[in-house]
Design a protein around this ligand. Structure first.
Ligand code: ATP
Length: 370
């Protein structure tokens, strides 16, 4: 189980027990979090979970009700936005409509009284960074959505902030452009070495871009991990269900040997063998999480072997690269499994109402204790 190792030294962002209340409503509820220099860090969660409020507190646009915020070792809890070494790129871009692209990018530099020659050089550097040199004299209304997004990014980066905060940076772009721009954003971030903190509700986007993801839920942090770990080892039911698809089996612990647990499943005729190294007590209620792509079609059921299910295919969704199958178990519970269509072509294609036996290994499922 590979896990993320925090680099040595002071984190660039340290959030300590931060709460933000609006009236009696806790938008952010006692969050503690450390983000390190050079990370591409995402705040991910459903609408209303508090991610924008947390980002706005880092920018200084909101003041925490309680708790402290440190940036680069300095307590900035009471420092106004303009005096923090951060910049924010808004979802709406907020470009100045009457200024051309170059002047939009130069705006912050002018305000901090950067000498003209240096300013011109910096604007040129930014135009080249986001590859819009040819658009320098256009006004925002003469730009496409994707071009406006680049101008907003260039403007936000122009003052070389230590941290760039991005609120749904790709939210206004169509799907195709969004997918291309995800890689570009990572490229730019890696080239500059600046810490990016991004708010997004899109799990694929967060998975594609991030070094680590904080999954938020109702003002709290559900789990913080690199994308692969969040997907492979979700620690809660919420995390397992929010990221990708998952089958959940409730049951109780029968026994545990070394790093494997045997679980009696409540609503399927199977025992589940799961890798899990933390000690669990026999009789304890647990949930086993199994991703749909971890199941394989087997020839026949071997009732003495754990991790096998028998059921009938009740739904088939063909998605091109893969197909999703919904399988109804004898007790009525439904599970989902996916199969690559390349693999399906090589074997016998599965059909509606066909009976199948599914199996998986102990290493491809996990125990959730919350
Ligand atoms: P979205 O993706 O929809 O923007 P979010 O996760 O960014 O959601 P926030 O914008 O942080 O969520 O809002 C969290 C909660 O706090 C919401 O229920 C919101 O209505 C509430 N909230 C945010 N700002 C205020 C405010 N100024 N006054 C009262 N309630 C607020």
């Amino acid at each position: 189980e590979e896990s993320w190792q925090a680099p040595e030294g002071e984190p660039i962002v340290r959030i300590e027990n931060v709460t933000k209340r609006f009236g009696t409503f806790y938008a952010v509820d006692d969050i503690s979090l450390q983000i390190h220099q050079g990370e591409f860090f995402s705040l991910l969660g459903a609408s209303g979970c508090g991610k924008t409020t947390l980002l706005r507190m880092l920018a200084g646009f909101e003041t925490p009700t309680s708790g402290r915020l440190f940036i680069d070792g300095q307590d900035v809890t009471d420092v106004p936005p303009y005096a923090r070494p951060v910049n924010m790129m808004f979802q709406s871009y907020a470009l100045f409509p009457h200024m051309n692209v170059a002047d939009n990018i130069a705006f912050g530099l002018k305000q901090e009284r950067m000498p003209k020659a240096e300013r011109r050089e910096r604007v040129a550097e930014m135009l080249s960074l986001v590859q819009i040199e040819a658009l320098a004299s256009r006004k925002p209304h003469q730009l496409s959505g994707g071009q406006r997004q680049r101008v907003a990014l260039a403007r936000a980066l122009a003052r070389h902030p230590k941290i760039l905060l991005l609120d749904e940076p790709l939210g206004a772009l169509d799907k195709k452009l969004r997918e291309q721009t995800q890689f570009e954003l990572v490229n730019i971030q890696e080239r500059l070495g600046i810490t990016f903190i991004v708010v997004t509700h899109d799990q694929e986007e967060a998975m594609t871009m991030s070094s680590r993801i904080a999954l938020m839920h109702e003002g709290r942090i559900e789990q913080v991990d690199p994308p692969r770990r969040l997907y492979e080892f979700p620690s809660t039911r919420y995390a397992a269900s929010f990221i990708g698809s998952v089958n959940l089996f409730d049951g109780y612990v029968l026994q545990q040997d070394d790093d494997q647990v045997l679980v009696q499943c409540d609503d399927a005729e199977t025992r589940l063998l799961v890798r899990h190294s933390q000690p669990l007590v026999p009789g304890m209620a647990v949930t086993v999480a199994l991703r749909p792509e971890k199941m394989r079609v087997l020839g026949q059921l071997d009732a003495d072997t754990p991790n096998q299910l028998r059921g009938r295919i009740k739904e088939i969704a063909y998605l091109g690269d893969v197909s999703i199958y919904h399988v109804e178990l004898p007790g009525g519970k439904r599970v989902q499994f996916t199969q690559s269509n390349v693999q399906a072509l090589a074997e016998q294609p599965l059909t509606w109402d066909e009976e199948v036996v599914l199996g998986w290994s102990a290493n491809s499922c996990g125990v959730l204790t919350e």
